[in-house]
Write a protein that binds this ligand. Structure first.
Ligand SMILES: NC(=O)c1ccc[n+]([C@@H]2O[C@H](COP(=O)([O-])OP(=O)(O)OC[C@H]3O[C@@H](n4cnc5c(N)ncnc54)[C@H](OP(=O)(O)O)[C@@H]3O)[C@@H](O)[C@H]2O)c1
Length: 294
């Protein structure tokens, strides 16, 4: 199988570059080899590699910056995925695409289902929702995985930030009124590849039968404050910590350009039952990530 992976230097794409290898011949590209903000670049890239499977791990993920870069965020997250879906459909290829819990406004108060109505409250969320819809409208063979709070230790993430703060600040305030599912990029990549491997010889029909939108994230949920406490706990070098008190704070204490949903955790039951796969609890995954991720 010919696999085209886009966004291979990102948190998720980096891991997918490894986990997709057993499934076929992987061509992995990132900006500027492919520019998701440029329709021609997308079309030419797909035409050139003629993939059977396209995995799109690219995204404009700078949530605050997106507020002042609407057009760029919309081009990469909102329009590009639709072009990719059109090209995939022409080739009868499967498209795997990722979206975000930030398509929700966070007011529901319990984990969101795929059937809940999105209502994004920031530019990033709106652009990602537009991307989901653009892929769905083309109606080829697609899988959209809405994930949440993705982290890795090799690129800037909430986990690496907390580890840095823990080495600088005697007192640390972290918000406890934003809640979602911490999701290790490596786990997300492993699970994506595992389910693709399940399709076996009947790859296209098997996946086409299961096409659709799924929530896929670390099991369970936490506030950023609870997540930070766990990061302190699993810090592989605790002696380097200088923080003496880690305290809960309110989102309003840290004004930022983009609004965040207060409770955007997603319910992954549909994914687990459709693909017969377990999703490990986020705390367990974090403990493993902090021992192993480099
Ligand atoms: N990070 C999160 O907390 C989070 C939460 C929910 C959902 N998600 C979704 O999960 C997926 C993976 O996210 P991630 O955290 O792995 O993102 P990431 O680390 O920011 O990686 C995104 C990748 O896209 C590339 N990219 C950006 N602009 C591009 C362009 N114009 N053309 C081609 N490539 C471009 C980036 O390249 P450069 O590094 O060179 O810019 C980077 O390699 C995305 O769909 C994201 O929306 C992420």
């Amino acid at each position: 199988m010919n696999i085209l992976l886009l966004g291979n230097t990102g948190q998720l794409g980096w891991e997918l570059q490894r986990t997709l290898q057993p499934l076929g011949i992987v061509t992995a590209l990132d900006y500027p080899e492919v520019n998701m903000a440029d329709r021609d670049s997308i079309r030419q890239t797909v035409y050139r590699f003629q993939p059977d499977l396209i995995v799109n791990a690219t995204a404009y993920t700078a949530v605050d910056k997106a507020e002042s870069e609407f057009q760029l965020a919309q081009a990469i997250n909102g329009i590009g995925p639709g072009i990719l879906a059109e090209e995939a459909r022409k080739l009868n290829a499967i498209l795997v695409h990722y979206s975000t819990d930030y398509v929700f406004d966070g007011k529901k108060g319990s984990p969101y289902l795929e059937t809940d109505t999105p209502n994004p409250i920031n530019v990033y969320g709106r652009s990602k929702l537009a991307g989901e819809q653009a892929v769905q409208v083309v109606n080829g063979a697609y899988l959209i995985f809405r994930t949440a709070w993705v982290y890795s230790l090799r690129r800037d993430s909430f986990v690496t930030k907390v580890l840095q703060w823990a080495r600088k600040n005697e007192t640390l305030h972290v918000v406890d009124d934003q809640i979602s599912n911490p999701t290790w990029a490596r786990m997300l990549a492993e699970i994506t590849s595992l389910l693709l491997a399940r399709a076996g010889d009947t790859f296209l029909p098997w996946l086409a039968e299961r096409k659709g939108l799924y929530h896929l994230a670390g099991d369970g949920f936490a506030s950023r404050f609870e997540w930070a406490k766990m990061i302190f706990k699993y810090d592989p070098l605790p002696r380097e910590q200088v923080t003496k008190s880690l305290l809960p704070a309110a989102t309003t204490d840290f004004p930022s350009p983009a609004q965040r949903p207060p409770f955007s955790a997603v319910d992954c039951t549909k994914f687990k039952s459709t693909f017969d796969l377990q999703l490990p609890p986020w705390e367990k995954t974090l403990a493993i990530a902090m021992k192993m991720d480099l």
